[in-house]
Structures are given as C-alpha cells and as structure tokens.
Design a protein around this ligand. Structure first.
Ligand code: UD1
Length: 338
C-alpha cells in the first residue's frame, strides 16, 4: 500500500517514513529540501534496507501537485508534514507562512477531495491550546487565539480540513496535536538538525554540551511552577512517528468514528526546564553551562497532554522516558559532530 509523506526528509517526517516502512508500507516522499537534506534518503535506506520513492519539488507549485497525483493514483494515504515551523520567522514574514503552510494544504486536499476514498493525517500542534485553563490538556480544551502566524497556520489548517471533511464524506482525516517532539532514531542515522542557532530547548542543550554554543539561556524562573521554569511535555520522536502509523491504520481500517478526528500526542508528563537540564546532566554525566535569563515573549507557563483519547482509541502510548529521549538526542548530536 502506497503512502505519500510530504516533508518526509524532515525531523518528524523521516522518523515516520522509517516506521511506515517497518510496517510494510511503500512510501513516496515529496520534499523541497528547504529545511532538510537529500542524504536523509540514504540514511532512511540504511535503517530500513528500503529506499523510499522521492520527488523533490515545492507543494506550492499546484500543477506539480496535480501531476504527482496523476502519476501516483494508487496513493492510499497522505501524511502531511511539509511546512515552515520557526515561530520567530513567522512573525517576521507572516505571508510566507500562510502561503507555505496553507496553500499547500489546500492543493493536497483538492486532489484528495476528488478521490473515491482518501485518508489524510495532518501535523498539528499543542500550540492551538495556548495557555490552557486546565492541565493536563484534553482535546476538548478550547482553541485559543494564536500567539504567532505559525500557530495560526496550525489552527486554520485544522479548520480547513474540518470544513472540507464536512462536505466530503469520502475524505477521512486526523489532526495530531504534537506536544514537544525531541530525540533521535536509536541508530543515530536520523535526528533533528536545526539550521543556525536552535530555537528549541533540546537542540540548544545538546549543542551547548558539545561545545557549539557557549551557554544555554533558561527563559525565566518566575513562572508559577515548582521551580519557576516552564513545563512542557517532551515526547520521543519515534513514539510520535508511531502515532502517525496507528492513526493512518485507524483510517485505512475504517475504525474512525467520524471522518474528522483530533488526537493529542504527548507523554502525559510535564517537565520543567530545570528538570530537563538535570536529567540531561545525569544522563550525559556532565555539567551543562546555563544561566537564568528573562522570559521569552510568547512562552506559556505549562502544557502537557491528557493522552487518554489516543491511549483508548488509537491503542497508542508513548514508551520512552525523558532520559531515553535525551539520551538519543545526545547520541545523535555526538555522531553528527564527530
Ligand atoms: C515551540 C513553539 C511551538 C512549536 C514548537 C515546535 C514557541 C513559543 N513555541 O514550543 O509553537 O510548536 O516549538 O517544537 O516558540 N527554552 C529555554 N531556553 C532555550 C529554548 C527554550 O529556556 O534556549 C525553554 C522555553 O522557554 C520553554 C521550553 O524551553 O519553556 C521549551 O521551549 P521550545 O523547545 O522552544 O518549545 P516550545 O516553546 O514549547
């Protein structure tokens, strides 16, 4: 069975391609390599022994999307990762984000809407909840006004899919709302490779530990949490990748209860920034150079998932501990820099 993975050479996409191949799916990747590299294809092949099909083009080119589906009319499902994801950049250049993240979604859905049966998994984010009123966060928590154009593309993206599903009964879709994906494949062949200075906590930690960055700044220690630093739910990327496979299987086996569903994908456990640092120090057996600085604009105090719905309905739960996830991220960083 052939599955299209857009953005399949990226961080979460590449791990998902591996898990799909492990389950026997044939994968075709579309990626424009704007934030990834074609050699990830060889790395995936090294892990699974199977080279995925690959087409390099930009999904904003509507005629190419059309042409792709004409040539691959046997695609049974689409997992759509391809998108821009830098929060700061989205504030600087909102139209780029709306074009990149939303026009591409529309073009894909236009193709799928004309099919007699289509299955679609969307890469969404817990950012849609903003600072939720209750923790842990369930899927019923209200969606709050987005803090950034990036966050807004996830909210609008979900709405576009929901509205399309309403009038297209042959289209079945699931949005997965990720909490904070971290870590790397245990083989250390694939992992997170941010371009330039990392914006996210874990790559900043591993780059500091390896000597690429001098010091980690901890953004604020005056939040109303146990140690004053923000709480997040850090999920191993392999666990997250597996959630995509089970979500797709749910659609392919017609186990979905409505043709548009939403699931949280997290571990269900929150950790403060200082807890993450301590865990990293213990795991790597080295001290991390960090200092507390002021809050980062737009950060929320705490977010962690209620995973009951994914546990019960997808039969999925995260397996890796924070230590395992940090360990794999550290192993990957060391391998990449060696
Ligand atoms: C961020 C995005 C979110 C996006 C996600 C993708 C913001 C406000 N949110 O989530 O929309 O979906 O990345 O992975 O950018 N921290 C430090 N020092 C650092 C970096 C981070 O203390 O150098 C802290 C942050 O304040 C936060 C935690 O670490 O409390 C996690 O930060 P980060 O990895 O950037 O993820 P989020 O902000 O949760």
């Amino acid at each position: 069975m052939k599955i299209l993975v857009t953005g399949g050479l990226g961080f979460i996409g590449s791990h998902t391609v591996v898990e799909l191949q492990n389950k026997g799916y044939e994968v075709v990747i579309i990626d424009n390599c704007s934030n990834s590299s074609a050699d990830v294809l060889d790395r995936i092949t090294k892990i699974t022994g199977i080279k995925p099909l690959f087409e390099q083009f930009d999904l904003r080119e509507k005629n190419k999307v059309q042409d792709f589906f004409n040539r691959h009319n046997d695609v049974s499902g689409v997992i759509h990762f391809a998108a821009s994801k830098a929060v700061g950049e989205s504030v600087e250049n909102p139209l780029l984000y709306y074009e990149n993240n939303l026009s591409t979604l529309v073009y894909l859905l236009q193709q799928l809407s004309s099919k007699s049966s289509a299955h679609f998994i969307f890469s969404s984010s817990c950012t849609v909840y903003g600072q939720a009123d209750e923790l842990p966060i369930t899927e019923n928590a209200p969606v709050k006004a987005a803090e950034s154009p990036y966050g807004n593309t996830k909210q609008i993206g979900e709405e576009i899919i929901r509205d399309t599903c309403k009038v297209t009964s042959d289209l079945n879709a699931i949005s997965l709302r990720y909490f904070n994906p971290i870590g790397a494949h245990p083989s250390s062949e694939i992992g997170e490779l941010p371009i330039g200075v990392p914006q996210n906590l874990i790559p900043y930690i591993t780059q500091t530990a390896i000597g690429l960055r001098e010091q980690l700044s901890v953004f604020g220690d005056d939040y109303p949490t146990s140690d004053g630093t923000c709480i997040r739910d850090y999920i191993h990327v392999v666990d997250l990748a597996k959630a995509h496979v089970v979500a797709l299987q749910r659609l392919l086996e017609h186990k979905n209860v409505s043709n548009y569903e939403v699931f949280n994908v997290g571990t269900g456990t929150g950790s403060t920034v200082l807890e993450v640092i301590q865990s990293f120090e213990k795991m790597s057996n080295q001290k991390l150079n960090y200092k507390i600085v002021g809050r980062r604009e737009g950060d929320i105090t705490a977010a962690y998932a209620d995973t009951t719905k994914a546990n019960n309905e997808l039969g999925w739960q995260a397996k890796s501990s924070l230590d395992d996830s940090l360990g794999s991220a550290w192993k990957w960083e060391q391998k990449v820099r060696s």
